[in-house]
Unconditional design. Structure first.
Length: 368
């Protein structure tokens, strides 16, 4: 009898340990194998000190902020070489800030107020908002079309798209990255979001050189003139059709699985959210000022946004038409809630394997 009691107590404590293990493994952040220990920290963190600066001020490092605004198209350069900016808050900076604020739905004060600095320092896509002086976002639209009921999707200049003969697209991963299957599955899900609303299909092939869409993680300067900048800052970039190049910053803390909103890391970036955005570029969409849209340029660390907004769907369907099976009237905001549920179900990485293993062990123990 005593023996049975202690056996039951032992089983109960095993069960407790098991339950606590389960609750700690609901969040699974996995860094891909190629992830390097040596990361440079957030390159835009120093911009926080500019909050509250005014026109006419001379502040050390302000040239770097101008460089940032130049990188994303807000300060045009006359020459092709990197312009020589000063540390003075001048007229040029003020008008660039106004344009930036307009695009990001911030009051157009032309000041470095807190809201503006917060937005500027948020991690974002490396693709510019203004290309060759043409803004794809709010600031490029005339006042009367800039109304909330008007969609804000955009295309690259001259609206390049994949031709009619190329609607079944192939993609491949850089063989050097040797990505695990659960990471590849994230991209597969991201592609499905676009194929669900268009006649396009996406099939993974092994041959990187022959694939229409070439996906790879790179660190720093990787030869396309758009160097990555370490943790945070720019996260990824992709080129207009029919380039198919889709590059991700290998120094980000990419989360491939689990509930990222429970991450304690301040640098965790949701891979699927970024992948859905970059595929939008690969297919021909530019940035949008609609904050809920996938094509909005920035995303805060620790957040997830993977569901196409109406703005994204309208934009992509202008280029490619609708998927015959897509029913726009059944698409409701409740998709967002469904999203996180199916986010990890098909994925088995080692954390999940451990949980499965433990559940088997505990199950067997309880049977004894
Ligand atoms: C990390 O990278 C930086 C810049 O690429 C380099 O200067 C530094 O020496 C590296 N540190 C280590 C420990 O490898
Ligand atoms: C950049 O500007 C500074 C100050 O105006 C000047 O001293 C420096 O030579 C310039 N550098 C280049 C590369 O033009
Ligand atoms: C934007 O400006 C308006 C009018 O000046 C003001 O009422 C509002 O509070 C400002 N919004 C923010 C976020 O600062
Ligand atoms: C901006 O942020 C700083 C520090 O975070 C704070 O002291 C200041 O009051 C804020 N200003 C406004 C207008 O919110
Ligand atoms: C920008 O304009 C230049 C010169 O007109 C052209 O060569 C280049 O392709 C354009 N870039 C884009 C992205 O449209
Ligand atoms: C794409 O594939 C579908 C089904 O496999 C086929 O019916 C269609 O003709 C293909 N489209 C093109 C443009 O090759
Ligand atoms: C990954 O997927 C490929 C193709 O589906 C399969 O052949 C391979 O065994 C999988 N690898 C692992 C480790 O599960
Ligand atoms: C589209 O979805 C709505 C709501 O779920 C449904 O009432 C309607 O019959 C569907 N239409 C088609 C063509 O499937």
């Amino acid at each position: 009898m005593k023996c049975l009691q202690s056996l039951l107590a032992a089983k109960a404590s095993i069960l407790l340990v098991y339950l606590s293990l389960l609750s700690t493994t609901t969040y699974v952040a996995a860094r891909p194998k190629f992830y390097q220990k040596n990361t440079t920290s957030d390159p835009w963190q120093p911009f926080h000190k500019f909050a509250g600066c005014h026109k006419g001020d001379h502040i050390d490092g302000l040239a770097k902020l101008k460089q940032y605004l130049h990188q994303f198209g807000y300060i045009p350069s006359s020459s092709s070489s990197s312009p020589n900016f000063t540390d003075i808050f001048d007229e040029t900076l003020e008008s660039a800030l106004k344009q930036y604020q307009k695009n990001f739905n911030i009051n157009t004060t032309g000041q470095l107020d807190n809201n503006t600095v917060q937005m500027i320092t948020r991690p974002r896509c490396g693709d510019a908002d203004i290309i060759n002086g043409t803004s794809s976002m709010n600031s490029g639209k005339s006042a009367h079309t800039n109304h909330h009921s008007v969609s804000h999707y955009s295309f690259f200049s001259n609206s390049p798209e994949w031709p009619d003969s190329q609607r079944n697209l192939t993609y491949a991963f850089s063989p050097e990255n040797r990505l695990p299957n659960n990471t590849k599955a994230v991209f597969s899900r991201a592609f499905q979001r676009w194929s669900a609303v268009t006649p396009l299909t996406f099939t993974e092939i092994d041959s990187y050189p022959y694939a229409d869409i070439k996906i790879g993680f790179f660190v720093g300067d990787h030869g396309d003139g758009e160097a990555f900048d370490g943790t945070l800052g720019t996260l990824a970039h992709a080129f207009a059709p029919t380039s198919g190049l889709f590059h991700l910053d290998g120094e980000e803390e990419w989360v491939v699985d689990g509930d990222i909103t429970k991450s304690k890391s301040s640098t965790a970036i949701d891979l699927e959210s970024v992948a859905v955005h970059e595929i939008g570029h690969v297919l021909g969409l530019g940035h949008s000022s609609v904050e809920d849209s996938i094509m909005y340029p920035s995303i805060a660390a620790g957040t997830r946004k993977t569901v196409l907004a109406d703005d994204d769907i309208q934009g992509i369907q202008v280029l490619y038409g609708s998927n015959p099976n897509y029913n726009s009237s059944s698409s409701t905001p409740s998709d967002t809630a469904k999203d996180t549920n199916d986010g990890g179900v098909h994925i088995v990485d080692w954390h999940w394997s451990l949980t499965t293993f433990m559940s088997t062990v505990v199950f067997l123990c309880l049977l004894v």
